[in-house]
Design a protein around this ligand. Structure first.
Ligand code: UDX
Ligand code: UDX
Length: 465
């Protein structure tokens, strides 16, 4: 089977970059990304590439080269489904906020809506690819909806989880460690569908890196990979607290253990806590699945990764309060960074949100500067927590688009995201404009302790005692 026409439902952080790279690497395939959100599609079609809804290094270039050639953004979902031989589902699967599994299970309502729409529209056989991170055995539910509500056409369901990390999405897509494709390996039609997707990736990924498995293994691998990665961050963050107490330096510990090839050097950077759309959601999902099979030890084991992360965020804000003489009420505190990591405008589950919320509870006046995150996004993130009235958030927290202005006459600066530009600031100028003592809390281990202390800052770096 030779794929010539691909549709992707969901023009977000995953769907957008993934399809842009497929379009660039497969000029013979027409790729259409559809979304129910019209303003998002308009933004993807905006002539000014600075207005694309997703910021990723290298992405605007690819969109410029492929858009309206073989990459299209549209709100006409039915037409795109009808034309495509292969449909990727890349809609969001947030944690449920209601009913059974509230706060833990994945909310699959958007996935189900997509399946019903595909079933309604499809007049020829289709391959449906799960791109969204899903709980194990979702493919089964998808198949059931498609087979029972469709027009009698044949559907093959594949699981093709995304391993790209935001901020490096384009590079991760161009040079993936592996591409994972799960499908019905026991049937001929299943194998044909798997091969069709393998052939798409084989346009730029070498065959050894394309792994095919049964659907359940593929679905579970995504959750497992994220759980292992998040666990590494929680493990090193646990050590960061011990380092602070004992006078050790977590960066030295990381380096020492990372040189052990069995452990490896990546993902050992202590931080104010992991964020992002996947880690917390996927682990909660894993915990929920384990619980529902009665595996309470397995569930507790993984839940601890989340609890450690909550602790890391809370102890960062507690430390700010206690260092500032146990009161931050009415004091200006400046946040450098709001995104969950550098090089992205995504803020989902960012540690900054929780740290800000804790400080607002103490009636601090938080001022935020982030090079890529909009003011409205910041207020929306706080509002989502529902801790206080929205007017109170807007009174207590303000957003600046000039970092020097944000730091002027502040009592303390907290680094929440590791943006490179923070290293290049004129820290003497910032120091001179601040209230004294000038406190600086580096939640990302980004800045140079020695030179900042020489300027006069009272400097705290995560994990350094
Ligand atoms: C999301 C999930 O967070 C992730 O777990 C999964 O692996 C892929 O999908 P992301 O692309 O980052 O990742 O989400 P988001 O940026 O929110 O994009 C989802 C898009 O789907 C939104 O633009 C939304 O409007 C769209 N959508 C949602 C639809 O088009 N139809 C729907 O029914 C629901
Ligand atoms: C993650 C996975 O890496 C990716 O494979 C999957 O597809 C989606 O989830 P992402 O959430 O984009 O990607 O970012 P990632 O680079 O994994 O970082 C997650 C969080 O962990 C960030 O807040 C980051 O700052 C933090 N982190 C990461 C650390 O605190 N220390 C580290 O050493 C690494």
């Amino acid at each position: 089977m030779n794929i010539k026409n691909i549709c992707c439902i969901g023009a977000g952080y995953v769907g957008g970059p993934t399809m842009a790279v497929i379009a660039q690497e497969c000029p013979h395939i027409k790729v259409t990304i559809v979304d129910i959100n019209e303003s998002r599609i308009d933004a993807w079609n905006d002539e000014n590439l600075n207005n694309l809804p997703v910021f990723e290094p290298g992405l605007s270039q690819i969109v410029q080269e492929t858009r309206d050639k073989n990459l299209f953004f549209s709100t006409d979902i039915d037409k795109a489904i009808d034309e495509a031989e292969m449909i990727f589902i890349s809609v969001n699967t947030p944690t449920k906020t209601y009913g059974k599994g509230k706060g833990m299970a994945a909310d699959l309502k958007y996935i189900e809506l997509c399946a019903r729409q595909i079933a309604k529209v499809a007049k020829q056989d289709k391959i449906v690819v799960e791109k969204s991170t899903l709980p194990v055995r979702t493919a089964e539910a998808l198949k059931s909806i498609l087979d029972n509500t469709g027009n009698g056409v044949q559907f093959q369901i594949l699981s093709n989880p995304e391993f790209l990390a935001e901020g490096t999405a384009v590079q991760d897509l161009l040079n993936p460690d592996r591409v994972l494709i799960g499908g019905d390996i026991d049937s001929e039609e299943g194998n044909e569908a798997i091969q069709a997707l393998v052939d798409v990736y084989a346009n730029w990924v070498s065959q050894e890196k394309i792994l095919t498995t049964k659907v359940w293994s593929s679905e579970l691998s995504k959750l497992t990979a994220n759980a292992f990665l998040a666990q590494r961050v929680s493990s090193i963050n646990a050590m960061s607290e011990l380092c602070e107490k004992t006078g050790a330096d977590v960066n030295e510990v990381s380096k020492a253990i990372g040189m052990d090839t069995r452990i490896g050097s990546k993902f050992l950077k202590a931080s104010v806590g992991f964020g992002g759309s996947c880690f917390q959601k996927d682990i909660l999902n894993l915990v929920y699945i384990a619980q529902s099979y009665g595996l309470s030890e397995v569930a507790d084991y993984w839940e601890q990764v989340i609890l450690m992360n909550e602790h890391q965020k809370n102890r960062f804000s507690d430390n700010i309060v206690s260092t500032l003489y146990n009161t931050v009420s009415g004091k200006k505190i400046t946040f450098l960074g709001w995104a969950f990591k550098k090089d992205t405008n995504d803020t989902r589950e960012s540690a900054a949100i929780k740290v800000a919320d804790n400080l607002l509870n103490e009636q601090a006046n938080v001022v935020v500067y982030d090079p890529k995150v909009s003011k409205e996004r910041i207020y929306a993130d706080l509002e989502y927590l529902n801790t206080r009235f929205s007017e109170v958030n807007r009174n207590l927290l303000s957003v600046e688009n000039d970092p020097y202005k944000a730091c002027k006459e502040t009592h303390a600066i907290a680094v929440l995201t590791e943006w490179d530009e923070f290293k290049k600031y004129d820290w003497q100028k910032i120091y001179d404009s601040m209230n004294k003592p000038a406190f600086l809390f580096d939640g990302r281990g980004l800045l140079d302790k020695e030179s900042l202390e020489k300027i006069g800052f009272v400097f705290y770096k995560i994990g350094v005692g």
